[in-house]
Design a protein around this ligand. Sequence first.
Ligand SMILES: O=C(O)CCCCN(CCc1ccccc1OCc1ccc(-c2ccc(Oc3ccccc3)cc2)cc1)Cc1ccc(C(=O)O)cc1
Length: 183
Amino acid sequence: MYGLVNKAIQDMVCNRFGEETWKEIKHKAEVDVDVFLSMEGYPDDMTHKLVKAASVVLSLSPKQIMQAFGEFWVQYTAQEGYGEMMDMSGDTLPEFLENLDNLHARVGVSFPKLQPPSFECTDMEENSLSLHYRSDREGLTPMILGLVKGLGTRFDTEVHITQTQSRDEGAEHDEFLVIYKPN
Ligand SMILES: O=C(O)CCCCN(CCc1ccccc1OCc1ccc(-c2ccc(Oc3ccccc3)cc2)cc1)Cc1ccc(C(=O)O)cc1
């Protein structure tokens, strides 16, 4: 995973809980990286250890941590220089979700170590769609719930997302029902 992800986790923890808490989480995760370099590749396991340690230190479930991080990621990347790229990916929540694979393809051109997941939208209705999430990574599904919530904030759109299929329960990929209503 690119360092930008671990840097975003650090910023979220520092903004909300302070430097000391972040140091405690890094120590518990046995991660002794002083500064995460955004464009450096880090082992996915490091991200999972940081999430697990944050869950213990903050007394929140890993699912809650990943969901909060997904929501934070949308505003973080927009302010960290990916705002225009995201603006080009759609003016509404459904449009953005439909263009997410193109967004990743654009990022991947400049950053070849990117291993993006794939998102597909089906059953598009006026105020709902089915979002299919396929990834080579395990265990990040709760982040998707937060990412879609973060997009609701970005597009000033009320959004409800429920998981309708789960890899953990034997499905080929995770699937979500996304219901949205622009404010
Ligand atoms: O792998 C999984 O199964 C779950 C990953 C969920 C995280 N994605 C979130 C995608 C997303 C969903 C909803 C709304 C916005 C989203 O992201 C927008 C986005 C996507 C990628 C980047 C990005 C940009 C540069 C990157 O790497 C850098 C950074 C600085 C300098 C050089 C390279 C890495 C990701 C920025 C915004 C983004 C992503 C982040 C990192 C990677 C990766 O390192 O492979 C792949 C995808």
